[in-house]
Design a protein around this ligand. Structure first.
Ligand code: HEC
Length: 128
């Protein structure tokens, strides 16, 4: 057998032994991006809540330090205390208006309460 035949055999046997790639999905999360980013962020030492926020649509309406469609995250942090985390997490999931004006926040129905709370916990770290 010449060496090219050996190489060819090695390549064939290697490709046969590969396991199919499993795509794990979390049933309680509508957008899978944040979950992937959260894993990256843990390695980078970033707050998991921030990674989740960056992975969804929040930043189209919110900035950390300036009003866009919704209040800045610093304003939110200044207005509330840690006792409001539960309420704010529900508000992110259900959407709603009235606390800052008449423009409503869109609901995020597929988001888990756990992830919503992590986002609020990050927002609370911005308190001045
Ligand atoms: C379509 C625009 C929009 C998007 C997208 C959006 N928000 Fe909001 N958000 C708003 C508006 C408008 C308000 C003010 C609601 C009010 O007046 O009660 C708000 C309010 C909030 C508040 C304060 C709630 C309160 O009752 O004071 C938090 C916390 C918040 N948003 C977090 C988030 C997070 C986290 C995300 C991403 C998952 C997000 N928002 C996505 C528009 C948006």
């Amino acid at each position: 057998m010449n060496k090219y035949a050996i190489i060819a055999l090695l390549v064939i046997s290697a490709s046969c032994s590969k396991k199919p790639v499993e795509s794990a999905k979390e049933s309680n999360v509508m957008l899978e991006e944040p979950v992937l980013k959260a894993v990256d962020s843990a390695a980078a030492g970033k707050h998991e809540g921030l990674a989740l926020i960056e992975g969804t649509d929040c930043l189209t309406c919110h900035k950390v330090d300036a009003r866009l469609v919704g209040p800045s995250y610093q304003e939110v942090a200044d207005k509330y205390t840690d006792g409001d985390i539960e309420m704010l997490a529900s508000k992110i999931i259900d959407g709603g208006k009235g606390n800052w004006g008449e423009i409503p926040m869109t609901p995020h129905a597929g988001m888990s309460k756990e992830n919503a709370k992590k986002m609020v916990e990050y927002i609370m770290t911005l308190k001045k």
